[in-house]
Design a protein around this ligand. Structure first.
Ligand code: KG4
Ligand code: ZN
Length: 380
């Protein structure tokens, strides 16, 4: 604690990014009327807190390593998390001018993700909490993405959230912090997964998302190929991207012998990428419109790696203008996996009285609606 500020360290290691972040919250103790260890004073504490201040956020990306294998290799990911984390935390503290002793709360992703990767960040945060006698807070990675567009706010406003990442495509009605209703999801591949698989099909490096965007922007024509927009007119908010992926696969042999992507001309590649990208965007925007009508929300927040895509961002801005709603997006560095979103949700959870035991396991399939608070308000 420094000058009444609460300082929280967030650790993210659910997949192939090792990330750490420090957030501070001014006047926390004055406004909550509680001390750090007095967890019984926290439950459902609705007193306002100041908007948090991002002190620092570092990411050590393993993408170049996994690119050699065309996708994430779980064992390599966890080994590299354990190599990267100690020095990354030291670097973050030094850059932020924070001594590790000043950290009040330790938060880490507990799921969903790769079990062996989750364990590294989770155990590191627990070890730091144990050694310093400070609280540990387990955070759901999806809740991190979902609330990341509100990271500069004391608390998230009610809104419609679209989480569009490599593992998930979810439309969520956010009534309040911790009160979420799933409106729609992908029934097969997540949008980012479809980008990555189509990228691989087209001979592009991992991850496919940014590569497809780069090729599409190389004068690709989004109407060159008519790819399917699955379920776009149906009366629900679910998505399906596997048929779209297959349509790209079946188009390849009509363009080049044996569908060999290395024989595609630059123009063909650009057109395929732009047409695929546009189909994904049309599906996302159609179901957002549906969910906005269903929920009546006037704020749309979009998060997750795919939301870095500039053509998607432009489509979302146009949609927001037409519908007369407010659009909230993060910067690119806070859209892909990062630890600032974990520290932010950790802060909100801590404020609401969630302190987790150190013997709580990680959960590779942790759903967004399941709260890891069976043991809340107890320290082990
Ligand atoms: O949120 P994220 O970093 O990790 C997960 O939680 O999955 O998202 C990674 C996903 C990958 O599938 C990647 O290809 C996709 O986000 N992605 C993009 C772009 N940048 C990252 N997809 C489309 N266009 C982009 N510019
Ligand atoms: Zn993610």
């Amino acid at each position: 604690m420094i000058d009444g500020k609460l300082i929280i360290l967030g650790i993210e290691s659910s997949c192939d990014e090792t990330a750490v972040s420090l957030l501070s919250c001014r006047n926390y103790f004055e406004s909550s009327g509680s001390s750090l260890t007095d967890s019984s004073a926290h439950p459902h504490n609705n007193s306002p807190i100041d908007p948090p201040e991002l002190l620092g956020s570092l990411i050590s990306s393993q993408i170049p390593l996994h690119r050699l294998y065309g996708g994430v290799v779980p064992e390599l990911a966890s080994r590299n998390h354990s190599i990267a984390l100690p020095s990354l935390i030291r670097e973050l503290c030094a850059e932020s001018g924070i001594s590790p002793r000043d950290i009040d709360v330790f938060a880490a992703t507990a799921g969903p993700g790769l079990a062996s990767s989750l364990l590294v960040g989770n155990t590191t945060a627990k070890a730091l909490a144990y050694a310093s006698g400070k609280p540990f807070v387990a955070v759901n990675h999806l809740e991190g993405h979902l609330l990341s567009p509100f990271i500069e706010s004391a608390t998230p406003e009610p809104h419609l959230g679209l989480v569009v990442s490599g593992g998930h495509t979810l439309l969520i009605d956010v009534q309040d912090f911790g009160h979420y209703t799933l409106i729609g999801r992908s029934l097969d591949d997540a949008a980012g997964e479809a980008f990555d698989k189509v990228g691989k099909m087209l001979g592009l490096p991992y991850p496919g998302g940014p590569e497809i965007e780069r090729c599409a922007n190389d004068e690709g024509n989004p109407s060159a190929y008519t790819f399917p927009r699955a379920m776009i007119k149906e009366d629900h908010a679910n998505f399906s991207f596997s048929g779209l992926k297959t349509a790209v696969l079946y188009t390849l042999p009509t363009l080049v012998p044996e569908g060999d992507p290395s024989l595609l001309s630059q123009a063909q590649l650009a057109d395929l990428c732009a047409s695929f990208q546009q189909a994904v965007i049309d599906c996302l925007t159609a179901k957002i419109r549906y969910a906005l009508r269903k929920t009546g929300h006037r704020i749309l927040a979009v998060s997750g790696g795919v939301s870095c895509n500039k053509t998607l961002r432009k489509a979302l801005e146009d949609l927001a203008e037409k519908e007369g709603i407010e659009l909230k997006l993060c910067s690119s560095s806070l859209s892909t996996d990062n630890a600032a979103m974990i520290a932010y949700v950790g802060l909100l959870k801590y404020k609401h009285g969630h302190i987790h035991r150190l013997d709580e396991d990680v959960d590779p399939n942790l759903p967004l609606t399941q709260d890891l608070n069976r043991t809340k308000n107890k320290r082990s």
